[in-house]
Design a protein around this ligand. Structure first.
Ligand SMILES: NC(=O)c1ccc[n+]([C@@H]2O[C@H](COP(=O)([O-])OP(=O)(O)OC[C@H]3O[C@@H](n4cnc5c(N)ncnc54)[C@H](O)[C@@H]3O)[C@@H](O)[C@H]2O)c1
Length: 344
């Protein structure tokens, strides 16, 4: 089933955005991308997209209401994927003002543009597991290579209390709540996805964000030069996230957009699920096997408010969208390694 009307993707030159746009172009959709090209690698992503089909590109900044409002007014999209954002907790600690302006003001500006110009549009926002804070109350068991949460065998669901911590947690959380509230008070068709780790091709992973891709790059560097200085990890490496491969994430976005108003005002935890959960140490074991290297990172202190365990319980998403991830973590890691080879 095709999506209604024109499609606007903010942050469409980023990792999730460019993969999503590629799929939309493949389905013959009319796609507009709005992106400041702030993130490294976005020009290459955009150039790649433009080889796939006609993309209307606007270079602009969501912090500037006039820029996003003009585009929304001119295109009047039927579906908006709001992916533009400041994406790293560490960066938010270094520059909390930019984080606030990008994530809170940028999202508010988009919502106001939608309310004024196309209130029927289905608007889906990429929020974060960070809205649940450090999950300090979650009972954990420390195993040899990971933490587990026996009381949450399927992971954390959306009833988990919100607890915004760090500037990034606050800004994503505020934007998440604005999205839901605009459904409540203005009747907009907004939907919120809360993600932890999405990974795969076209991600420009850094020390600050995109840990699977980043450690794939580090493993390749060790393979190329086993004597090099060891890379670092924050904490003990047993922290667990559920890995969501990008193709599965894209499929979920499309299904939600098709469902549209029926999911309005709802938040969904969207991840790879317990079967695809992985600790840093487990990722290193997989990479060691795949590359026949020995990985011996140096430990740094824990990052502020880092969750020792977060796995998304996907039951609500499954019930609404008939969706579940299909890419097993080993397969996704192998593909991410291929991508890391290209960009390393
Ligand atoms: N990748 C993940 O694992 C993950 C996890 C949780 C949440 N998310 C959220 O998903 C969304 C997409 O993430 P991603 O991994 O594709 O990140 P990304 O950095 O690759 O993409 C974000 C895009 O937004 C653009 N951008 C940044 N500030 C902007 C601004 N003020 N105006 C216009 N464009 C701007 C960047 O240039 C970039 O192209 C983000 O909101 C992120 O917080 C991602």
């Amino acid at each position: 089933m095709s999506l209604p009307g024109k499609i606007l993707v903010t942050g469409g030159a980023g990792f999730v955005g460019s993969n999503l746009c590629a799929r939309l172009l493949d389905e013959g959709a009319e796609v507009s991308v709005f992106d400041s090209l702030f993130r490294e690698g976005t020009r290459e992503n955009l150039a790649w997209l433009q080889t796939l089909g006609p993309v209307r590109f606007t270079q602009g900044d969501t912090r500037n209401f006039g820029e996003i409002d003009r585009l929304v007014r001119e295109t009047r999209p039927g579906v908006i994927f709001h992916l533009a954002g400041q994406v790293a907790m560490t960066t938010s600690m270094r520059d909390p003002r930019r984080d606030f302006e990008t994530n809170v003001l940028g999202t508010f500006n988009l919502l106001e543009a939608v309310r004024a110009n196309c209130p029927e549009a289905v608007t889906i926002y990429a929020s974060s597991n960070k809205v649940y804070g450090g999950l300090a109350g979650l009972e954990l068991v420390e195993e040899a290579h990971r933490y587990s949460a026996p009381g949450k065998p399927q992971g954390v669901d959306e009833r988990c209390p919100l607890d915004f911590q760090t500037p990034y947690g606050c800004s994503k959380g505020a934007a998440d709540q604005y999205m839901l509230d605009y459904a409540r008070v203005f009747g907009l068709n907004t939907i919120v996805f809360r993600h932890s780790t999405i990974y795969g091709g076209r991600q420009r992973a850094t020390f600050d964000q995109g840990w699977v891709g980043w450690f794939c790059q580090q493993a390749l560097a060790v393979k190329a030069d086993p004597q090099r200085e060891p890379f670092t990890i924050a904490g003990d490496g047993k922290q667990v996230r559920d890995l969501l491969y990008i193709d599965d994430a894209v499929e979920c976005y499309l299904r939600a957009a098709r469902l549209g108003a029926k999911a309005r005002g709802e938040a969904f935890n969207i991840g790879g699920g317990i079967e695809n959960s992985c600790s840093l140490l487990e990722l290193f074991q997989i990479l060691e096997e795949m590359l026949q290297v020995r990985l011996e990172p140096t430990r740094l202190p824990w990052r502020t408010s880092d969750q020792k365990f977060f796995v998304a319980d996907g039951a609500k998403a499954g019930a609404h969208f008939g969706w579940k991830p299909t890419t097993a973590r080993r397969e996704g890691i192998a593909k991410t390694l291929e991508w890391a080879r290209k960009v390393s």
